[in-house]
Design a protein around this ligand. Structure first.
Ligand code: CA
Ligand code: CA
Ligand code: CA
Length: 626
């Protein structure tokens, strides 16, 4: 750089250029001066960029779209600053813009990837500060070698928490035949490219083992995949590992665990004081003509797994020619090893069957095992005297007797109850609301069934702030990325929709709603739904739950909740928000305002204990007498 600094960039598309090639630097900027993502083709103005190196930042559109736009409009080179630490992935030959509406276009100019992020100042800012840059070819390690794609999804399977994916295959910047290109190829990424690799492995495996069942072919592919060929191997992101056709075609044996799969899925388990202790069996089949003996071992998938023990039922197993043998694997852990609902938890590892020297062609068989655990509290609340409009003060005692872990309780004014209609994890059971500090409210929506991730559902809370029977605001919870960028990003958030203006916001919250749970946490600012002590302290509300992935099972309870956000009918003091130890208890005082009770009658108290058993167990409802 003419500033005297130098940066090391990744030659994203493997373009050729002579050592010492130099270009004026043109930084594509947003109106606020920040470096642009470069996703708007109209920003590539030939009058400004011709013959120059155009600098952009990664995000939103396909990485290679920048190179297509740049070359089309005269740039001599394009650079992109990664949106995370390190280099962006290597792209290989760029044959077009894969975004919707994108075109086929062979890029020949260099497309450079710079280590991110943009702040604090790093390579990207150094390049942005230069007027001219010259490039020299050097060799660096491929930053994506044997790593999982940055965009790859994570298991387990939603609902039953079975282990997925089964295996890993190449899927980043793969050149294949391009439909509609005549005799040209196209470079693409994703399962569209990884699945054909596995299909090829399956065809070879079928050719080698023409009499094996479909399940055995699949097991052979899973059993012989190599976790050592995936950097940072994680069972729930890579399955058994990278497919190895040499192994799947030469093994004489298969190891089947789950139906039609060479894995052992223990599913989801809530773990109480007795801990978790379960055995599942693997069926090892010898399809060859000589007996096979395997020694057994297990490897825990550190650092991703929770601590546990995994014990094979035998140190070795011998399978007769043409026969099969059963091997058990016992998985054990305590509640404290499982961990609470503050994060997603997983127990994972590999059962390895190593053939005796010289047998099975030396091919090792592996069976991944997997469990999603969740330790249980056992919060249980009693109110004394019984909650009623007429009792000025009640004491709520929250006990964690028999709980395996500590948990906090969260006390809400219960406003809505609804039946179990047999829907999915969107089937509303109880809804409550409470103040949250000086400026906010929190709603809690308890459902009858657990979700794996809350993002499969949307919940709407319809707020009638002037109590005239028409909805004024909709507080709703949904995937943050889905609402803000029309693409799921896995974060669950609460938003406000203003019915009068048709606008969102102004404030959204990430809700912290746990995975493998059944109670939604929905914060909202008082001001965002028009509440104020002077004009609108009270509101009415109804609720609805929607499963985003199916139809005909929307749940819209008929009951209407009422609440005064400033002078509630029931005030809770001494809320046991502090942790209640396993076996311990805490108390809160509930003070009744009988005048307000007539205006916003509560159904009673709703005590949320998120570490209790999923479903009704997470939200105890205590009825109040009118
Ligand atoms: Ca319901
Ligand atoms: Ca209204
Ligand atoms: Ca729970």
């Amino acid at each position: 750089l003419d500033t005297g600094k130098s940066v090391v960039a990744l030659n994203e598309n493997g373009a050729t250029f002579a050592d010492g090639s130099g270009w004026p630097v043109y930084v594509l900027r947003n109106t606020d001066g920040s470096i642009s993502l470069g996703c708007d083709e109209t920003a590539y103005d030939p009058a400004l960029i011709t013959g120059k190196l155009v600098l952009t930042a990664r995000g939103t559109c396909a990485r290679v779209a920048r190179a297509v736009f740049g070359q089309k409009h005269g740039a001599a080179a394009v650079a992109m600053i990664n949106n995370a630490a390190g280099y962006p992935p290597f792209d290989g030959k760029i044959t077009g813009n894969p975004d919707p509406g994108g075109e086929m276009f062979d890029v020949t100019i260099p497309f450079f990837g710079l280590r991110g992020p943009t702040t604090p100042a790093t390579d990207g800012n150094d390049l942005a500060a230069a007027a001219n840059a010259a490039a020299t070819n050097i060799t660096i390690n491929n930053p994506g070698f044997q790593t999982l794609a940055s965009f790859t999804s994570n298991g387990p399977r939603g609902g039953d928490s079975s282990l997925k994916p089964d295996v890993t295959a190449p899927g980043v910047s793969v050149l294949s035949t391009g439909v509609g290109t005549g005799n040209k190829g196209a470079v693409m990424s994703g399962t569209s490219m990884a699945a054909p690799h596995v299909t090829g492995v399956a065809a070879l495996t079928r050719q080698a083992h023409s009499t094996w069942s479909v399940a055995e072919i699949k097991a052979a592919i899973m059993n012989t995949a190599d976790p050592g060929k995936v950097a940072g191997y994680q069972t729930s992101r890579a399955g058994t590992g990278l497919v190895q056709p040499l192994g799947s075609t030469t093994t004489s044996a298969t190891a089947l665990g789950d139906p039609y799969a060479g894995s052992l899925s223990f599913g989801f388990a809530e773990i109480g004081t007795a801990g978790f202790n379960q055995t599942k069996n693997v069926t090892i089949s010898n399809h060859g003509a000589t007996p096979l003996t395997f020694t057994t071992s297990t490897t825990q998938n550190a650092p991703f797994t929770r601590a546990h023990t995994a014990t094979p039922s035998a140190a070795s197993v011998t399978v007769s020619a043409g026969g099969s043998a059963t091997l058990g694997l016992t998985l054990s852990l305590t509640a404290s090893q499982a961990g609470d609902s503050a994060a997603f938890r997983e127990v994972a590892g590999l059962l390895t069957l190593t053939p005796a020297a010289g047998t099975n062609g030396g091919v090792v068989l592996r069976v991944p095992y997997y469990l999603v655990p969740r330790a249980l509290s056992n919060l249980d609340t009693t109110a004394s005297p019984p909650l009623a409009k007429a009792t000025a003060s009640n004491t709520a005692t929250v006990s964690n007797a028999g709980g395996a872990i500590a948990s906090s309780a969260d006390l809400f004014t219960w406003g809505i109850a609804d039946a179990d209609e047999g829907f999915g994890s969107n089937d509303v059971r109880a809804v409550g609301v409470r103040r949250s500090g000086a400026t906010a409210l929190r709603f809690a929506i308890n459902t009858y069934r657990r979700w794996s991730a809350p993002n499969v559902n949307e919940f709407d809370i319809y707020i009638d702030v002037d109590q005239n029977g028409t909805v004024d605001f909709i507080v709703f919870t949904d995937d943050f990325g889905l609402v803000t960028a029309n693409a799921f990003d896995g974060r669950y958030a609460s938003f406000v929709f203003n019915v009068a203006t048709g606008q969102l916001g102004p404030t959204a919250f990430l809700t912290g709603t746990p995975t493998d749970s059944s109670t939604i946490n929905a914060p909202v600012l008082l001001a965002d739904i028009g509440l104020s002590a002077a004009t609108h302290p009270r509101f009415d509300y109804t609720v609805a739950g929607f499963d985003l992935f199916s139809t005909g099972d929307d749940n819209a309870p008929s009951e209407v909740g009422h609440f005064n956000a400033f002078t509630p009918a029931m005030s809770v003091t001494g809320t046991p928000t502090a942790s209640i130890a396993a076996g311990g208890s805490a108390t809160a005082t509930i003070t009744v305002n009988s005048t307000e009770w007539d205006l916003t009658p509560p159904k009673g108290l709703m005590v949320v204990g998120i570490d209790n058993a999923a479903g009704p167990g997470e939200a105890q409802t205590i009825s109040a007498a009118p």
